[in-house]
Write a protein of this length. Sequence first.
Length: 629
Amino acid sequence: MKIYILMGVSGVGKTTLGKMLASEMNIPFHDADDFHSAQNIEKMSHGIPLTDEDRADWLQNLKNAIHKWGKDDGAVLACSALKEKYRKFLAESNDQVVWIYLYETYDVILQRLKERKNHYFKPDLLKSQFDTLEKPDYGIHIKVDAQPQNTFNKIMNHLKYPEIGLVGLGVMGKSLALNMASKGIPVSVFNREVKGKEEGVAKDFAENHQDVYDFPWFDDLEKFVKSLPAPRNIFLMVNAGKAVDYVIDEILPFLEVGDLLIDGGNSHYTDTNRRAQYLNDKGILFLGTGVSGGEDGALKGPSIMPGGDKKAYDRIGAALEAISAKDSNGDPCCAFIGPQSSGHFVKMLHNGIEYGEMQLISEFYHLMRFGLKYSPEKISQIYAKWNKEQDSFLLEISVEILKFKENGELLLDQILDVAGQKGTGGWSSIAALDLGVSFDTISAAVMARNISADKTMRLEASDIYAHKEHEINISEEELFKAYKAASIINHAVGFELLRAASTEFDWNLNYSEIARIWTNGCIIKSQLMKDLSEMLEDHGSVHILLNKEIAKKVNENKNSLSFVVGKALEAEYPMQVSSSALNYFLGLSSSQSSANMIQAQRDFFGAHTYERKDKSRGEFFHTDWTKIS
């Protein structure tokens, strides 16, 4: 059974907090002072510091007692244990000892000792204790609060949640560390030292927040890893790609079998599979974990998508769920996605849907601003009206963007119309090609960004193909209905890739649960996502557009989508995602496609064969097309 040893200088609160912990755990409490000989007590009462020789019998008695308590029901012990050699002696051959180091400044402790009555320890001895103290680089470190209950709550949080070491204090890493600390999750931080580029990052971060949180900080990787209790849980918040492999190679020599690495970046799912296998062969657990919500979400509660070893999630899941956003029922927007790289795949697809939604909002803005000649203020009002029904985070921020002014001018008009991408949108399109899934809207959004990137070429082309002004007449109602239809189709396209991946990789994804954890904390949270979470509970195995409730919504709005896209294209305004959504929908819902001509062409020039309507599926035929009958 576990032995909890609260250590630190006299007056730090070991006895008070130890009794509270023992009561909570329903196990006996012991005070190491009770194990001193009468001779030791006499010396201390006269202000005479004890020597190591004085402590020898005391330490042996304690060690014998700890051994006995471990065989019984466990215990809580209040013991100064100021030197490392004392602690090693007491815990020798006992892996059930949990060290809880309590600390405060000398001045604060001195004042407490002066106020303490009827105790043989004299305040004059405090300086010798601080001089003797060797701070442990392991265990639970707790800065004591003036109110014992507050300190006790910190201790319980440390015992409730596994300690986490976080590597990488960029924007997201800092926000996640603060999020963890605010939930009482013990977290140590590490950031590399690069002269002239990254210097003192971990130290500065810890010092900037020391008034509120205690962050053990490190710029030495080995010391960082060894400071964490085994089995270790280490969260990597570094840039996707080679940086992740570099950090893994750097940290691996210091890890032990059973330690866990969590990759919280936007890693490509094939890289995650490779890393998981590599680490598994060395006995290291690995979770590829998608984290969505940006800086604000990471700080206040993101949507979290962990995939990999279920044993690893069972160990760390409570902490991840604690820092995640909460849905409308108060449940965490975090769930175990599935095996292998499913977590990073789902995050990649999340970003793909995000690409489509961003482009969709942007092209409707462009059409209204330049085609319909609406003012930014009017478009902002329209989006705000739409969002009363849609409850979309992306619509919400678009409302604010359209109102934001700098020096009295709309800032949006000063932003260069060149969009970039970090890779996840393109990756999802490639995955769709590999899995044979139509990915019209999301791929169109990626391509729209790509074509925007060459501003010089676009300016030259606009001179060559000077577009004429066209008068367009589209009602706000038609615009909204078209937007709703396109958005539904974009989501359906995304979820269809999830269905294909789940089948191909045998992940057994829960689409309803994925939609649920996307209802808050992430970029694509919306009312539609809440609806999908409920609709997919019983119908997750079929295409979203075949769902009766969804079909009703699409049927109500499909004509408006056709009308708006037609009018926009006729007036020479690009609607990449909207038109792709329409084409996808028409292709999916057409009983007769043009593919029979393609099959005939393939057979004509390459003898690729074809199937016939009047024969059984699976029978293939070839025709010599040069012989006309």
